[in-house]
Design a protein around this ligand. Sequence first.
Ligand SMILES: NC(=O)c1ccc[n+]([C@@H]2O[C@H](COP(=O)([O-])OP(=O)(O)OC[C@H]3O[C@@H](n4cnc5c(N)ncnc54)[C@H](O)[C@@H]3O)[C@@H](O)[C@H]2O)c1
Length: 316
Amino acid sequence: MKRILVTGGAGFLGSHLCDQLVARGHEVLCVDNFFTGRKENITHLNSHPLFEFMRHDITFPLYVEVDEIYNLACPASPIHYQFDPVQTTKTSVHGAINMLGLAKRVKAKILQASTSEVYGDPEVHPQPESYWGRVNPTGVRSCYDEGKRCAETLFFDYWRQHQLRIKVMRIFNTYGPRMHPNDGRVVSNFIVQALRGDDITIYGDGLQTRSFCYVDDLISAMIQIMDTPDNFTGPINIGNPTEFTIMALAKSVLELTGSKSRLIFKPLPSDDPRQRQPDIALAKKMLGWTPSVPLREGLERTIAYFEQRFARGPRL
Ligand SMILES: NC(=O)c1ccc[n+]([C@@H]2O[C@H](COP(=O)([O-])OP(=O)(O)OC[C@H]3O[C@@H](n4cnc5c(N)ncnc54)[C@H](O)[C@@H]3O)[C@@H](O)[C@H]2O)c1
């Protein structure tokens, strides 16, 4: 049994990670400031003897004794990370410094939830880990993209300078139950709009492509990465390389929900990448990992989750 700290543990990915770690018999300390996370994501864990929650903002230092740290705390959707961009950068950068400092003090292994956004609007397709990215340093997405890039730099400097055991995971679009219903991310957006019978908003012409990874696939890769040998640092891409156009996604959601919603088109937000697809050759080689949940099945499970939430009451 290990003592494991999960920052951002009340969020979408973090709460699934806490579930998986507790199920494997580890002691989990979940830390979150509830900026985008929600109590209901972890309510079912509160009475579990291996689970503990602490309300804390990782831009402030934290003193706890743990063996491993999964650093997930950071708003992940443009609506949320652009709400207070300075705080977003602080969470990525000061948060990384605080968590790396903690890992150094207690000699813990630490994993960073980085992002495909470090590639920016890429000229290389699909993106291998060796690609350095094309990121606008002054745009509205920069607080997130550059914050995450700086966090990666800090991880690698702590590794070089202090021989810390680090793992950097670059996460591509992931979806599933417990996504925030109002965060503007495309899968949750489409499902919520379809279930409400509202118009489905497509930004741009809908021909831009995305690859969507189901949350269970992502979390099992995350735990596998933490368990890799100490000489493996990453960065390592994790995502589903199967590409879909946004239009195809909208049509699948309409079909699976049986919704009569109309598709409407709005201009693309600035800096929105046209294409994003992970090259997962390294994940295949290093972890023997490939995603196993097809989009249709993942959408069905996610739609079922949102239907249940709707059924519980109007508070989405
Ligand atoms: N979901 C994806 O598709 C995706 C893709 C790439 C990267 N990621 C990364 O994975 C991580 C988790 O993303 P998610 O989709 O679960 O997002 P989320 O917004 O659901 O979760 C983030 C969690 O961090 C918490 N948080 C934010 N700032 C904090 C702070 N200063 N101190 C403590 N807690 C704080 C939030 O309250 C929330 O619970 C993020 O770091 C994100 O950048 C996610």
